[in-house]
Design a binder for this molecule. Structure first.
Ligand SMILES: *[C@@H]1O[C@H](CO)[C@@H](O)[C@H](O)[C@H]1NC(C)=O
Ligand SMILES: *[C@@H]1O[C@H](CO)[C@@H](O)[C@H](O)[C@H]1NC(C)=O
Ligand SMILES: *[C@@H]1O[C@H](CO)[C@@H](O)[C@H](O)[C@H]1NC(C)=O
Length: 391
């Protein structure tokens, strides 16, 4: 806006306005203006605009171009481990994806025991046998299965403690097992309370025909965001790049491989982002490791929202759990028609940020799966299933 005002007197000058007591002659005005513009451009080059107000001055393309000249590497000198880590990750990301003739989606179920929605998933998978694989990490009790798609699909598991690094370990174990099959091209993490919101074809096309991973990521300056950061993570993880997000991801194969390849950032989070780290402060790696990792290393390769819906609108410590009496066609229609993602920060005055869900340049629905459905909702969901997924 400032630059717009600065131009106006210059433009007026070109009109034959009678000059009154103006001691500065025209050429001087032009020289001052040109110098100001030059200084402005040099500043913009040296300090590229990072956030939107400055971006309005340039076109959005101008902003992108400026960011390209300044790749997101820290200004300090990288450590040996960081250099090693970054060359490996850069080369994996620059490799063209392997084109396989029958690409599949790996559905990774992270559960303490039985999967109450197996019957629903069975309906979802039916008829698409050559386009998916199921993996189950049951950390407490070995489930008894009802669906042929789940029988003998358990991987070797280990104990998982809520909020601890063992949660991330289980996610990595699922990814590693699923990566063994070269036909798996996209990886979806799901819990025992998750249900499908769409039919198989919709989910398959949504995930396969884009090259981003749907990993949730946002900046929360509040106590449950940056407030969990510990300076022990320096120098590799700076506070300003520390991010938060729901753990329920979908990931393309390249991204799953860089998660396998990472030990540097994983170790930082394992050691310094855990419950009870410092007096009265908790950090949960499953909510911070992957969002921060991808924000640092491939920010434009992730969607920044999770395709797994959950309802935080009650503002409690835990999201809403859907009971049988809550389920109706109208509720399902409401959830499946959402086209903007919601992020709420945890500052004293909470801020809510709505972001349109953009899929291949177009605004689309955000969610493919839903979470925190109690087992008692199974029957009514089975009744509604083929109808609500095709809204
Ligand atoms: C996700 O956010 C990062 C910056 O925070 C941005 O660079 C990137 O373009 C975003 N991803 C998409 C798909 O918009
Ligand atoms: C995604 O694919 C398109 C072509 O389909 C390409 O132009 C774009 O650079 C790719 N983006 C990433 C992050 O790989
Ligand atoms: C669905 O959305 C409408 C409009 O936002 C709202 O009035 C209604 O209460 C919602 N219904 C359910 C069951 O959530």
């Amino acid at each position: 806006m400032k630059s717009g005002q600065a131009w106006r007197p210059g433009m007026k000058d070109t009109q034959p306005v009678p000059r009154q007591r103006n001691h500065i002659r025209k050429p001087t005005w032009i020289i001052i203006l040109v110098s100001l513009v030059c200084v402005f451009l040099v500043c913009a080059y040296v300090y590229p605009p990072q956030n939107s107000p400055a971006c309005y001055v340039f076109s959005s393309n101008g902003c992108k171009a400026l960011q390209k000249w300044h790749p997101p590497s820290p200004a300090r000198e990288l450590t040996d481990d960081e250099i090693a880590s970054r060359v490996v990750i850069r080369d994996i990301l620059n490799m063209p994806p392997v084109v396989s003739r029958r690409p599949k989606i790996a559905f990774l179920f992270l559960t303490p025991g039985p999967l109450p929605f197996e019957k629903l998933w069975d309906k979802f998978f039916q008829g698409h046998e050559d386009r998916f694989t199921v993996y189950v990490h049951a950390s407490k009790d070995k489930p008894v299965h009802f669906s042929r798609y789940f029988i003998n699909r358990e991987i070797r598991s280990d104990k998982v403690e809520w909020g601890k690094i063992s949660m991330v370990d289980a996610e990595r174990r699922l990814l590693a097992n699923a990566l063994k099959d070269p036909f798996n091209q996209h990886f979806v993490l799901l819990s025992d309370s998750c249900i499908p919101l769409r039919d198989f074809d919709f989910v398959y096309n949504y995930l396969m025909y884009t090259n981003v991973s749907f990993i949730d990521c946002f900046e929360d300056p509040g106590v449950h965001g940056s407030g969990r950061y510990s300076e022990h993570m320096l120098p590799e993880v700076e506070k300003k790049i520390f991010r938060k997000g729901s753990q329920w991801f979908t990931m393309k194969r390249q991204h799953a491989i860089i998660v396998m390849a990472d030990s540097l950032y994983y170790t930082k989070f394992r050691d310094y982002c855990r419950p009870g780290m410092e007096k009265g402060r908790n950090c949960y790696s499953d909510e911070h490791y992957l969002p921060t990792f991808f924000h640092m290393l491939d920010p434009s390769g992730i969607s920044n929202w999770s395709v797994t819906h959950v309802d935080w609108s009650e503002g409690k410590w835990h999201p809403r759990s859907y009971r049988a009496q809550d389920i109706s066609f109208e509720l399902m229609r409401n959830i499946t028609s959402v086209t903007e993602s919601v992020h709420v920060t945890s500052e004293e005055v909470k801020r809510t940020r709505l972001t349109p869900c953009i899929w291949k340049g177009r605004r689309r629905v955000c969610y493919l799966f839903g979470r925190k459905f109690l087992p008692e909702t199974l029957d009514i969901l089975l009744q509604l299933f083929p109808k609500y997924t095709s809204i």
